[in-house]
Design a protein around this ligand. Sequence first.
Ligand code: C2O
Length: 589
Amino acid sequence: MRLSLASAATLVVLFASFQNASAENPQLVPAYPLYCAGPLTTSAPTSTPAYTETTTPFQWASVGAGAANPAPGQCVWADRGPRGIEIQSGGGNVICDYSSAMQSVPAGAFVEVGVARDPGVNDCMHLFRYLGTVSPPFSAVPALPPFTRPSIASLTPAQIAALRAGIQVMMNRPTTVTTSYNFQASMHGSELPQTTPAEMTSWDQCQHNSFYFFSWHRMYLYFFDRILRAAAASAGHQNVVLPYWNWQDPAQYALPAPFWQPADSSNPLYIAPPNRPAALDAGTAFLDAATVDSSAAFADVSFETGGFSGNGFGGQEDSAPAQFGTAYGDFEMQPHDMVHSALGGLMGVVDTSAFDPIFYLHHAQIDRLWNRWIQKGGGRADPTDAAWLNTTFTFYDEAGNAVYLTGAEIVDTVGQLNYRYDDDPVAQLGQIIIIAEGAAREPTKLEAEPATVRIRLTEAARLALRGRERRVFLRINDIRTEKPPSYYYAIYLDPPADQKLGPQTPGFVGNFSLFSMVPHRMPGGKPMAMGNIVADYDISRLVGQILDRNADEVQVVLVPRGLVDRNGEQLPLPPETAGTMGNMQLIER
Ligand code: C2O
């Protein structure tokens, strides 16, 4: 295959306007990054205009193989999602590259490549970003056993020593090493000169002033934590975890003592003035309630800001990441930014902040409070926007290989990343925890017809289901019956659509009769007191099914049942209306 000169000449423009490529240049179709397994060979660069291309067409891994590793010589879409418009069946399996960045990939190695499909040039994949070697499997698989992030205030001297050891090992590595402290800090923001391709593509990535703020910093912290543990382990300290600094606790308004005692180079957590205010390093300067207040942000119910700051907890719903987006979320400004500004020194400037080790404890606190906001309920939920869920951000794992995560892979710290905070709420005995609720404002009619009630499953609900410590029940609230009908209901959770329903159906919850729920006469002829009549069904055994389905709602289906004929077929039911039921809930009790 040879590329036409015309397409080469327009390519510079296409790169510059890549985000709008499909609109402005219908011949170039944006594509997800490719994830390819070697061997892939590229031709020698030609001159004017210089380009290379893969000489052997790569094969697409089988459809849907985004979740799997490509075989030698194969590529998959790195988003692991369904194939979209960017794929062209039959073509598009040569990478054509005008930057000469693409290199041959030996067998056994994997690369990630940003591309756009060019139907004008035999559907070749125009390279616009060569990320280089990445490591399978994708990092989304939790690589750590379940762990708890503790408060710095609760660490033992041995744990502090282990934390210091890990940071010191990272600080001893040269900046060019992706697992070094300087490289990692620079991924957030940096003033250091860039000397390697990895530095050029990976530094200055922090996401601010948009709804990627929370998700990017969670991913960043997650890999920093992994690198830190491996570093500490290499120095003989096992089980190091990154703690959080709860600066909302008035007893912790000062910089945690391990960060300034001892105040010398034996302590890698110590940063000398003027990179930290001297009073902070002396324990005589404090944050205060006004600085750390998060009440305004916590009052927000929306994550997204909808165009302007001041409207949402999490930030503007920008369709593509930019280091500094268009509108910040309320929480990012207050308390996140306030704490940065009040601390000053390195922490007071984006490009230097991650060079002060307290940064990572500050952000663990931010991460913890993100969970807290979701747990507050009342409709608070993470974005469901496709860009937020599917945009990939690249990091490095403890082996120094490029890996990435998407927003959808990090919303549930317990279920997806294997960690919780030491004070994430756990159930109190005897107390009922409402995990999820139906959205119905009106009562649902109880008739001789099947009824479906949808219970919304937020990430917080999923978190609570995974972290459950007691039994989980389906609760039907506020059952009101005027007249018990000649039928009862079979209840199913998410029943298969194509199957005759019965007690053997996966998702069968139990039967529900209104027989005893009619206001009947109490002893002495008094009318029954009408309270909130509820029915609870233990669905603990179905929680796995609910989580596996990974849907954003649970469908509760009520099917009326009564007498059957000789063959077990349902006889027609009397068209009686029995009454109404109120909201349904999933509860832990
Ligand atoms: Cu990216 Cu606290 O900053």
